[in-house]
Design a protein around this ligand. Structure first.
Ligand code: HEC
Length: 188
């Protein structure tokens, strides 16, 4: 076997065995294995210098906190709603459906269970505060992942778009308008 075939064989053995140590026997990989990097958990996490802020130090809000203290900082202009719609299509439709009715392509038998909470055009979801909806997007819950990767201010555009979807649901007669009299008209 020539050198190339030999190192290929060693590479394959290493890949198959998944053993990190074998790779140190290959001269050109030695330097990578023996470099003076810090391995995971080898060092104490660095502590923040007092009086400074980490550059990604945006405050985090759990659902309860977001619900109780946050209000939407945006007015819902046309361009904000358009961006909200774009983000919704990008991140939310697989589960919640293209119009938020809970009929996404990954919902169904052997997939995400078809639960009523997936329908964002419902009376229940409409009853939540803007902060709550933002908190859901931020933190996720159960089978829903967190969407912190969407910048915090852009999550408000999605909230505005959710409100628009709920208004559409009212217009389509799916849910009653907010000022509709209660069922039975409150009669005893
Ligand atoms: C992987 C599937 C999945 C994706 C993608 C997803 N969700 Fe969800 N979402 C869920 C599930 C499942 C629930 C119900 C959570 C529970 O059971 O607590 C939920 C619940 C919610 C709720 C709460 C509804 C209620 O009435 O309690 C909101 C609001 C929501 N999602 C918004 C969004 C938005 C906005 C996006 C996109 C940024 C998104 N979700 C993306 C699966 C998903």
């Amino acid at each position: 076997m020539n050198v190339r075939a030999c190192s290929l064989a060693l590479l394959i053995t290493t890949a198959l065995s998944g053993c990190d140590d074998q790779i140190k026997r290959v001269p050109i990989f030695k330097t990578m294995s023996w470099q003076s990097s810090v391995e995971a958990f080898e060092e104490e996490p660095r502590t923040r210098v007092s009086g400074t802020m980490p550059i990604d130090g945006a405050r985090t809000y759990d659902l309860l906190m977001a619900d109780s203290v946050l209000t939407s900082p945006i007015g819902g202009t046309e361009s904000e709603l358009a961006r909200g719609a774009e983000l919704f299509q990008q991140f939310c439709t697989p589960c919640h459906g293209s119009l938020g009715a809970g009929d996404g392509s990954v919902v169904g038998p052997n997939r995400i269970p078809d639960i009523p909470l997936l329908n964002l055009r419902s009376v229940l979801t409409r009853s939540y505060s803007d902060g709550y909806l933002w908190g859901m997007i931020t933190n996720g819950r159960g089978l829903m992942p967190s969407y912190r990767r969407i910048p915090a201010h852009e999550r408000w555009y999605i909230v505005a778009y959710l409100r628009q979807l709920q208004d559409d649901a009212v217009a389509a007669g799916e849910i009653p308008p907010l000022d509709a009299p209660a069922i039975n008209g409150g009669a005893p």
